[in-house]
Design a protein around this ligand. Structure first.
Ligand code: NDP
Length: 257
């Protein structure tokens, strides 16, 4: 893995927390030299803290650029690459991780603004990021090279009651990922998806609009995955030799399988 990732520039969306944050640590831990990490999310101060903690852990061999980016804002995503310092623009890997769920409610009762933010973040944001980065990949020799790793969800495969919109967004991610992989077949651009089951992160706190007690109750009596469990798989997938496309991975905690 270390050899494959050497010299790469990696963008992670939603790197301020949970799975995205763990991916940043795992890439840095695996490749402590000659790696560039562009960590993006809305909370820039939190991203700076993440960057400082990674530097504490692995030293200064890994270069880190914390970058404020709201993926649900198409203008910000559209100007993302041109707003990067020039030496950071030659991106090799995009981890499309930013995402959220809002509320638990039957379909007719879901608030319009919650529907809107879930689709704008989980679907349109991911598509816009992909469109922003693909031209960089396509400029490379022989039809292009680069990796996109989309974080989907078990919810995109096994819809559950009370989560219709979130499940629909993750099913959309799945379809988009599969179509794009087929469009880019025989190039060196790999389009891959990692689908977590239940992971303990800030995800449930966001779902319940900041109500920590409700969020904690979700994990009571079960043994969820940790964000590191997912990050290890993401880095494994990125670290395969070029001809190996780990197209689709589903990771459950044992109680959920
Ligand atoms: P967290 O809430 O811990 O992390 C979500 C990340 O997304 C945060 O860094 C947040 O940063 C970022 N984010 C949210 N909205 C935006 C936005 N508009 N623009 C940019 N960044 C944004 O949750 P997880 O780590 O669990 O979630 C990561 C991914 O994993 C999501 O796509 C989620 O759907 C998926 N997933 C999670 C599961 C779980 O059980 N936890 C299960 C299956 C899939 P900030 O607020 O700073 O912008």
């Amino acid at each position: 893995i270390a050899k494959r990732l050497e010299g790469k520039t990696i963008v992670i969306t939603g790197a301020s927390s949970g799975i995205g944050r763990s991916c940043a640590f795992e890439f840095a831990r695996t490749q402590p030299d000659n790696l560039r990490l562009i960590l993006t999310a809305r909370r820039i101060d939190t991203l700076r803290d993440v960057a400082a903690k990674i530097r504490e852990l692995v030293g200064t061999g890994v270069q880190i650029l914390p970058f404020q980016l709201d993926v649900s804002n198409p203008d910000e995503v559209g100007s993302f690459v041109s707003n990067l310092p020039e030496e950071w623009r030659d991106i090799d890997i995009l981890v499309n991780n930013a995402g959220l769920v809002k509320g638990v409610a039957k379909a007719p009762e879901i608030a319009e603004e919650d529907i809107d933010i879930m689709f704008k973040t989980n679907v349109t944001g991911l598509i816009n990021m992909t469109q922003a980065i693909l031209p960089i990949f396509k400029k490379r020799a022989d039809g292009g090279a680069g990796d996109i790793i989309n974080i989907g969800s078990i919810a995109g495969r096994e819809p559950y009651a009370g989560g219709s919109i979130y499940c629909a967004t993750k099913a959309a991610v799945r379809s988009f990922t599969d179509s794009l992989r087929k469009e880019l077949v025989s190039t060196r651009i790999r389009i891959m998806e990692v689908d977590p089951g239940q992971v303990e992160t800030e995800f449930s706190v966001v779902r319940f609009y900041g109500d920590k007690a409700k969020a904690d109750a979700v994990y009571a009596g079960v043994d969820p995955l940790t964000p590191d469990d997912i990050a290890e798989v993401v880095v494994f997938v990125a670290g395969r030799r070029e001809n190996v496309v780990v197209a689709d991975t589903l990771i459950y905690p044992n109680h959920q399988a």
